[in-house]
Design a protein around this ligand. Structure first.
Ligand SMILES: *Cc1c(COP(=O)(O)O)cnc(C)c1O
Length: 386
């Protein structure tokens, strides 16, 4: 089975050279816009491209407000602060995620609680969430959700849309409403993905995006908060050193952060965003072609959940077992085709080893089996190797 897959990938990318998992492509106005910032001298924290990138992203996602940040982790940190996460608190999240999700919780002085994922979404499971809460949490006289074991406040629920596939948001929203929990969506991987027609990151109380170099579009480094008007105002304030507008005085009215996205990076983002729809069309076609190539094989291709339109940021297969996973990783990487296992579960990392966790059968099952396949956009020139 592996040889047809390898042949398919080589044929798709039309090269005998090394094929990375996801390389950026700059085939639009990137040079022109970045050049404009240099010519104008506005390369730093103030500039027209920051405003434009925020407006374009709000329009694209249908979010009332979008606030650009220096990276996706910073956006997550501020989102959690905005829903009230502070020292000694808990935030419920999934163990199957990139470490940034958990680090943002820790930056608030809070601790993650790990709850299992669903196999068909790879995202936080509403059933596992409800089960964990019923067994381990209660609501106090103020309606706040608390952990029974130590009465610590559980301040938020933070699902992640794995590889661009939306989590079961209706189910999660229902459980969060029952328990008085704000829902923050880590939509770092799912720019362009929709859940029953609505853009991921705009459905919970707050959402965050990432424009790191390996994401569906990149600003070099960057991120975005998606929020309503009121939280958007607060986000802008906190990410710009909490400075009050004044013609010349420096007045900072709370502890803020220098989390602004530089204009230089926003310029790159504006040019990339112009190409996002075309990127997603190509990515969805690649996913369909992978699915056809793997049909009838022992590798199960991961497809978008019902009612969702996924950006297919990273294509993934589920291997029958760990040894076949290892064989796939070894064979492809030896042949210059980059593949990667899914992340180690977060509760294995030393920082989060002692965090509370529910039963994690699906996360453990997926951890042993999931492999990402090359998923990048083809460079426009389409060079053909001899
Ligand atoms: C990429 C990513 C982030 C944010 O990463 P930055 O590099 O800080 O932009 C957060 N969560 C997940 C799941 C990610 O994949």
């Amino acid at each position: 089975m592996l040889q047809p897959l390898i042949d398919f990938v080589r044929d798709h990318y039309r090269t005998n050279a090394f094929i990375p998992l996801h390389a950026p492509v700059f085939s639009g106005n990137e040079k022109a816009y970045v050049g404009e910032t240099i010519d104008s001298t506005f390369v730093s924290s103030v500039g027209a491209f920051v405003d434009r990138f925020e407006q374009d992203m709000a329009a694209y996602t249908g979010s009332p407000r979008a606030v650009a940040t220096v990276n996706g982790t910073a956006a997550l940190h501020v989102a959690l602060r905005l829903v009230g996460v502070g020292p000694g608190d808990y935030v419920i999240t999934q163990p199957l995620t990139f470490v940034a999700t958990c680090n943002a919780i820790a930056y608030c002085g809070a601790m993650p609680i790990f709850v299992d994922v669903d196999r068909h979404t790879l995202g936080l499971s509403p059933t596992a969430l409800a089960t964990w809460l019923e067994a381990h949490a209660y609501r106090d006289d103020n309606g706040d959700c608390r952990r029974r074991e130590d009465d610590g406040a559980i301040r938020a629920c933070l699902p992640m849309h794995t590889f661009g596939h939306p989590a079961d948001l209706d189910g999660l929203m229902r459980v969060c409403r029952d328990w008085g929990l704000p829902l923050v969506e880590d939509a770092a991987e799912s720019l362009g993905s929709t859940y029953y027609g609505r853009h991921t990151g705009t459905i919970g109380d707050l959402g965050t995006l990432s424009f790191n170099g390996n994401k569906v579009i990149t600003t070099g480094g960057g991120g975005m908060l998606l929020a309503d008007q009121a939280l958007g105002e607060r986000a802008k304030h906190l990410t710009t050193t909490a400075k009050q507008p004044h013609t010349y005085e420096y007045v900072h009215d709370e502890l803020g952060y220098n989390y602004r996205l530089p204009n230089l990076n926003a310029a790159l983002g504006c040019a990339q965003l112009e190409q996002l729809d075309a990127f997603i069309i190509e990515k969805r076609q690649l996913a369909a072609d992978y699915a056809a190539c793997l049909a009838g094989s022992e590798l199960a291709f991961v497809t978008e959940p019902e009612g969702c339109r996924s950006n297919y940021w990273l294509n993934a297969v589920i291997c029958p077992d760990r040894s076949q996973r290892d064989q796939l990783l070894k064979t492809t990487n030896e042949q210059g085709i980059m593949t990667r296992p899914i992340w180690q579960l977060m509760n294995r990392l030393t920082m989060y080893f002692n965090a509370p966790a529910g039963e994690l059968p699906n996360a453990l099952w997926l951890e042993a089996r999931v492999v990402n396949l090359p998923s990048g956009i083809r460079a426009a020139q389409g060079a053909v190797d001899a």
